[in-house]
Design a protein around this ligand. Structure first.
Ligand code: F6R
Length: 605
């Protein structure tokens, strides 16, 4: 996720701005840049790679005092990671510089309009349109120009803007992406989160969506984008830097789970237009001409792929093949030019998935990558990439990226359903509920404390069986994987109907069962399977739909999620299985962010 820093002070050197930017390194980035006003001119320096490279590029200027400066770490979304696409971006006059975090959905339309007015663009980014828009609106008042410009933006943004004629101010605005302001004695600082601010002050203001702030030395004024002035509470924080990086949480994993409502919104941003799914990246693919879809993925990404198979096969006439990449690459798969291959990988670097792409390509298949890392090897070797836009995931176990994968796959599935002529009222309902999911997720995440209490009661078991049917099966697999990889408890994920073909022999009072049992079309079958487990004295945790009293007959512990169309249960149940695994791991005193023997990106076979 991009990081923003802006500082106004009499005492600031460029080195201080760079040091503040370094505090945002933990968020992940592919390039960085800085802009400041010197001798009445804006100077901009950018560098791909580490902030250290940026620092080296301005070695001679590090001791230079600057009144105002902005800096940025970029996590690419539009355009490759390179020096030109790195922020800050400037307008045609070079007097305005801007840093931005978020995605501008209508940037193509705006860019066309601005080019028609004679503006010259240098980068491929959505951000640069904001600089030119401000230039277009500017007639001596920077604050006014920013106000007018942001009213034309659709999408999400947190921005910091400076102008060479106004070296005493930064104008900042937020909608959908966070921004925090710290007001120290002689320094006012703007940042994406509190980490760079702590060094200057612990009194901060968190901007709200729709706020526009005018930062000057030692003071700030905040307005709504409608123009009305507002007061925001100054909050005193007691976090040290390590707590601040984690947003005050104990671990990145829980912080990232708590980000899931935002992750769903970002995955949908720019992909819904006029009440329909419209994924711009795949506009040239005619899904009515495709004969089959082939998915390759590993681990958690494989579970997302499995969900997609169930979803698309159920709602269309397409065959969907799914295979773990490490098997696919050594088989003789029936993939050809009429087969579309979709590779799912949060890191974009998984060796087996990459080799599977190469094999599918040799067989004539077109490749779509669904990944979270722009410029990763998998994006470079695929024909089309659909980005998950979740921001970097620091916890090794995939959590928010799984949620983003499911969201993107649901959107893709809905688009395929429509193009193949199967769209019906049910899909309208799935689509409408998907749009509301960020709110639904927030309510589910509120149950974290209760899930911890349950985790406390179950943490000392040595084995767990996760079971599910239909859409509940990928969730059972993912629940078992999360638990085993971070708590080191043996956990199996099984289709509930398979239990009696062997694994039920394992069950007894020391082998609890985590049943994925929403009130969906297979609920009664699932209930019978739970009864079979209970008959072997296994304790049952049932993850079901709210107000399902019927499950009380068979379960010892009940966890609930709101009722949604059954195709959405894998998504809404994800935070519950993740939180359960997280709390068990922490209660067992394991570090959930760095599970033993595992790596965030698996670049070897
Ligand atoms: C589990 C987990 C792994 C990854 C797998 C594939 O929490 O993170 O199972 O899902 O290694 O990784 P990507 O998605 O990067 O290809």
């Amino acid at each position: 996720m991009c990081g923003i820093v802006g500082i106004i002070s009499d005492e600031t050197k460029t080195a201080d701005i760079i040091d503040s930017l370094k505090k945002l390194e933990y968020r992940g980035y592919d390039s960085s840049g800085i802009a400041f006003v010197k001798d009445g001119r804006i100077e901009v320096y950018k560098s791909v790679g580490k902030i250290e490279a940026l620092k080296n590029s301005i070695k001679n200027l590090l001791d230079e005092k600057v009144e105002v400066g902005i800096a940025h770490t970029r996590w690419a979304t539009h355009g490759q990671p390179n020096d030109i696409n790195a922020h800050p971006h400037t307008d045609c006059t070079g007097k305005i510089a801007i840093v931005h975090n978020g995605i501008i959905e209508n940037f193509r339309e705006l860019r066309g309009m601005l080019e028609a007015l004679g503006h010259k663009f240098k980068s491929d980014t959505d951000t640069e349109v904001i600089a030119h828009l401000i230039e277009e609106e500017y007639s001596g008042d920077l604050f006014e120009a920013v106000m007018k410009a942001i009213r034309k933006l659709d999408g999400a943004y947190a921005i910091g803007v400076i102008h060479s004629d106004h070296p005493d101010m930064i104008v900042a605005a937020r909608k959908g992406s966070p921004l925090v302001i710290g007001i120290g004695e002689d320094t006012t600082i703007l940042a994406s989160d509190v980490t760079p601010i702590i060094r200057y002050t612990k009194d901060v203001i968190f901007l709200e969506d729709g706020d526009v702030a005018l930062l000057k030395k030692g003071k700030v004024e905040i307005y709504r984008s409608s123009g009305e002035k507002v007061e925001r509470r100054v909050q005193h924080i007691n976090w040290d830097e390590s707590a601040a990086e984690k947003g005050g949480y104990d671990h990145f994993m829980i912080k990232e789970i708590m980000e899931e409502p935002m992750v769903i919104s970002s995955a949908m941003t720019g992909r819904v237009r006029s009440g329909r799914v419209d994924i711009p990246e795949i506009k040239e693919i005619d899904f009515s001409k495709i004969r089959r879809i082939n998915l390759v993925a590993c681990g958690t990404s494989y579970h997302a792929a499995l969900f997609f198979k169930y979803f698309v096969e159920f709602h269309t006439d397409l065959d969907v093949l799914v295979e773990v990449s490490s098997e696919f690459r050594y088989r003789k798969p029936h993939v050809d030019k009429d087969t579309l291959t979709i590779a799912i990988s949060q890191s974009g670097e998984t060796a087996d998935t990459l080799e599977s792409i190469r094999l599918a390509k040799r067989l004539g298949s077109r490749i779509i990558a669904i990944t979270n890392v722009v410029g990763s090897t998998i994006t470079r070797e695929s024909d089309i990439s659909i980005m998950m836009n979740s921001g970097p995931e620091i916890g090794v176990a995939a959590t928010k990226t799984y949620v983003a994968q499911l969201t993107v796959l649901l959107l893709l599935g809905l688009q395929i359903i429509e193009q193949r002529g199967f769209w019906a009222g049910r899909h309208e309902k799935i689509f409408d509920t998907l749009l509301r999911l960020p709110e639904v997720f927030s309510s589910i995440l509120d149950s974290s404390d209760r899930i911890r209490e349950i985790a406390e009661d179950f943490k000392d078991y040595n084995h767990f069986m996760y079971i599910g049917r239909g859409y509940g099966y990928p969730t059972a697999l993912e629940g078992a994987l999360k638990l085993k990889e971070i708590s080191y408890i043996h956990a199996e994920g099984y289709p509930a109907g398979e239990l009696k073909h062997g694994p039920i022999a394992l069950l007894d009072e020391n082998f609890p069962v985590f049943a994925i049992a929403p009130q969906d079309s297979l609920y009664q079958k699932m209930k019978s399977n739970i009864m079979e487990c209970r008959a072997r004295n296994a304790k049952i945790i049932a993850l079901t739909t709210s107000e399902n009293r019927d499950i009380l007959q068979v379960a010892d512990i009940i966890l609930e999620v709101p009722k949604v169309p059954e195709e959405l249960y894998p998504l809404v149940m994800s935070p519950v299985i993740q939180l359960f695994a997280y709390h068990v791991a922490v209660l067992k005193r394991h570090d959930p962010d760095k599970p033993r023997n595992l790596a965030k990106s698996v670049t070897v076979e």
